[in-house]
Unconditional design. Structure first.
Length: 402
């Protein structure tokens, strides 16, 4: 009975997660379109000016990208921890297929980008831009197919994107960190140590974690490590279980579940759309057609479309053919291929890495064009493949039944 109830809680939590991410993805699509329209309208000057207005020590855009996005990364960290300890990634057998697919979906886009930009040393630092998958966008598109796509495929995509987010966090920490302030870094380590003490003491109230989390953000910001990583660091210390010997934690009792539940809608429907609106706007005035064929732009776009497809689908094919994994239940190869294409929608995290990789606004615009172009092609191509494969699967089922 307890096992059944526990499984039910996980499935219920996952359904809520998928629903929030899918709906948030649809909102993000609308916001991204609005940002592009605004950046190319009579409001363009006001749009770009407001983003650079200083509020205290930081510009509005920096508050969005460094502070608000730290909450997004807190959410990402909570999702990763929950799935690893108590969800769809809690066993190695469940991690193999999405984990290997996520790795392939990071390596091949990076190789594609590096191949196209091998003769441009200044562009090399953007290699990680096409490695990211936007979970909200991808699930938002997949959700449009409803019951025509098996739930197992949505779980596979969610798990792959969560592992992809973990990879992106590691990449940012290792490759996009500025000069370090060792004193601030030491202070951050002390605060993080205290957060772990709270964890070991099974402190169930959230406010001590959040207060120290705010201090941690300030110290990480001052240290030279990107401030958003403070969100992930905080997430790792939030307890998922209660004291050993007590009844199993329910979502209402677990601090991690409570915090994750309270953050889902604000992150999906407020924070990520604000980030998208602030960063997706790119002015196309004066942009020639040659921009679309530049190695940097094509490296980003091609990495998302071709690199993700080859990496994700290639690894899945290899593992299944070797008998090391099975396709998601009730999913066809065509549906897996369509899902692999959707992994090329790299909006939020790709934009974020692009802003870290390049300081030049003109180069950032080329990166944004590449991300938008690659994400659009991936979304449309993935949708077309999913529509065709789902139709064929339905027709085959009807034919077999008759």
């Amino acid at each position: 009975m307890s096992s059944t109830m526990h499984s039910g809680r996980i499935n219920s939590s996952l359904r809520k997660f998928l629903a929030n991410e899918a709906s948030g993805g649809l909102v993000l699509m609308a916001v991204a379109l609005l940002a592009i329209i605004t950046a190319n309208s009579a409001l363009a000057d006001s749009y770009f000016h407001i983003l650079h207005v200083y509020v205290g020590p930081l510009s509005l855009q920096h508050w969005i990208n460094d502070a608000l996005m730290a909450v997004f990364f807190l959410m990402v960290g909570l999702e990763i921890k929950r799935e690893m300890l108590d969800g769809q990634l809690s066993t190695w057998s469940r991690r193999v297929l999405p984990g290997a697919a996520a790795l392939g979906g990071m390596v091949f886009p990076a190789l594609f980008y590096l191949l196209l930009n091998r003769d441009n040393p200044a562009a090399i630092q953007g290699w990680a831009i096409p490695t990211a998958t936007d979970i909200a966008f991808a699930l938002g598109v997949l959700s449009l197919f409803g019951s025509r796509v098996p739930t197992s495929l949505k779980i596979f995509l969610a798990a792959l994107a969560i592992i992809d987010d973990l990879g992106a966090v590691i990449v940012i920490a290792l490759f996009y960190t500025a000069d370090l302030n060792l004193m601030a870094l030491a202070g951050a380590a002390i605060v993080w140590g205290n957060l772990f003490i709270f964890n070991k003491m099974k402190v169930k109230v959230l406010w001590p974690y959040l207060v120290l989390g705010a201090v941690l953000w300030v110290l990480v910001f001052a240290s030279g490590v990107h401030a958003t990583l403070a969100g992930v660091m905080l997430a790792l210390t939030i307890p998922l279980k209660l004291t050993p010997g007590t009844p199993e934690a329910t979502p209402d009792e677990s601090p991690l579940h409570r915090l994750e539940h309270s953050l889902h809608k604000p992150v999906a429907f407020l924070i990520v759309p604000i980030f998208g609106f602030a960063n997706a706007g790119v002015s196309l005035s004066g942009v020639s057609l040659g921009v679309f064929s530049e190695p940097l732009t094509m490296g980003v776009a091609g990495g998302l479309v071709v690199g993700k497809l080859v990496g994700v689908l290639g690894v899945v094919t290899l593992l299944v053919k070797l008998g090391l994994a099975q396709l998601p239940a009730q999913a066809s190869w065509g549906q897996v291929a369509g899902t692999a294409l959707l992994c090329g929608i790299g909006f939020t995290m790709s934009l974020f890495i692009g802003l870290l990789a390049f300081d030049d606004p003109a180069v950032q615009d080329h990166v944004k064009i590449g991300i938008l172009m690659g994400s659009l092609v991936s979304g449309l191509a993935g949708s077309a493949v999913l529509m065709l494969s789902s139709r064929r699967k339905t027709e085959a089922s009807l034919s077999a039944a008759s």
